[in-house]
Design a protein around this ligand. Structure first.
Ligand SMILES: Cc1cc2nc3c(=O)[nH]c(=O)nc-3n(C[C@H](O)[C@H](O)[C@H](O)COP(=O)(O)O)c2cc1C
Length: 214
C-alpha cells in the first residue's frame, strides 16, 4: 500500500523577514529567534538535528540539545564513542538544523567542531540530574545491545558502583563546540516565496548577508 501525502500542505503567513530587520551578527539574530521560540512554548526549543558524514561520504543525522551558545559557537554534549563523535573525529565538518516550523521558521548552520576541554565538560556534567549522570555511565551509546534488560542491569550496576558521593565524569563523555561559518534564517511566506537570508563569515571575521531565492 502506498502512502500519499500530496494533500498535506499549508501556506506560511505568520510573518516576513526583511534585510533591515536582521542583526548584523547572526549569533545575536539566533538568540532573538531562540527567545521567540521559547516564548512560543514549543517543546524542546533547543533540540537541533546535527548531520555528520562518515569516511565513505555517508551522511547521518540525529537530534541533540543545544546547551550553550556564545560568540565562540554552539555547544552540545554526547558520548565520545558514539557514531556522531567518531565521525566528527575523522571529519569535523557539521551541519545543525533547528526545525522551528511551528513558527514557520528554520535555521541552518554549517561549521566545524572543536572538542570541549575536560574542565568545560565537567562544569556541565555536575549540573545534570544524578540519574542522567548514571545514564551516561550506563550506556555505550550507538553500540548494539541484546536486550533492554541488559541496559537496565548496566544502569543498576553503575548505581551501586557510585552509590556514595559525587558521580565522576566518564572519560568517554564530552562535548563539542560548533564554530559556524554559515548561518541561514528561513521564514515561510505565502505562495512558497519564502524569505531566506544567509550569513557568511568573512576573512576579517565580519559577516556578509545575502538574500537567497526560496
Ligand atoms: C529531543 C532529543 C534530544 C536528544 N539529546 C541528545 C543529546 O543532547 N546528546 C546526545 O548524545 N543524544 C541526544 N539524543 C539522542 C540522539 O538523537 C541519538 O540517538 C544518540 O546521540 C546516538 O546518536 P549516534 O548513534 O548517531 O551517535 C536526543 C534525542 C532526542 C529525540
Amino acid at each position: 500500500m502506498t502512502l500519499d501525502l500530496e494533500n498535506l500542505r499549508r501556506d506560511y503567513t505568520k510573518g516576513g523577514l526583511e534585510r533591515e530587520q536582521l542583526n548584523e551578527n547572526p549569533i545575536e539574530q539566533f538568540k532573538l529567534w531562540m527567545q521567540q521560540t521559547i516564548d512560543a512554548k514549543i517543546p524542546d526549543p533547543n533540540a537541533m538535528t546535527i548531520a555528520t558524514v562518515d569516511a565513505s561520504g555517508q551522511p547521518s543525522q540525529r537530534i541533540v540539545l543545544l546547551k550553550h551558545l556564545d560568540e565562540k559557537g554552539f555547544v552540545f554534549y554526547t558520548n565520545l564513542q558514539s557514531r556522531k563523535a567518531q565521525e566528527l573525529k575523522q571529519n569535523p565538518k557539521i551541519s545543525l538544523h533547528f526545525p522551528w516550523y511551528f513558527l514557520e521558521r528554520q535555521v541552518k548552520v554549517c561549521g566545524v567542531v572543536e572538542s570541549l576541554s575536560a574542565a568545560e565538560v565537567l562544569k556541565y556534567f555536575v549540573t545534570r540530574p544524578r540519574d542522567s549522570q548514571l545514564g551516561a555511565w550506563a550506556s555505550h551509546q550507538s553500540r548494539p545491545i541484546s536486550s533492554r534488560a541488559l541496559l537496565i542491569q548496566q544502569f543498576e550496576s553503575m548505581k551501586n558502583k557510585f552509590s556514595k558521593g559525587e558521580i565522576p565524569l566518564p572519560d568517554f563523555w564530552g562535548g563539542f563546540r560548533v564554530k559556524p561559518h554559515q548561518i541561514e534564517f528561513w521564514q515561510g511566506r505565502e505562495n512558497r516565496l519564502h524569505d531566506r537570508f544567509e550569513y557568511q563569515l568573512q576573512q576579517n571575521n565580519s559577516w556578509s548577508i545575502e538574500r537567497l531565492e526560496p
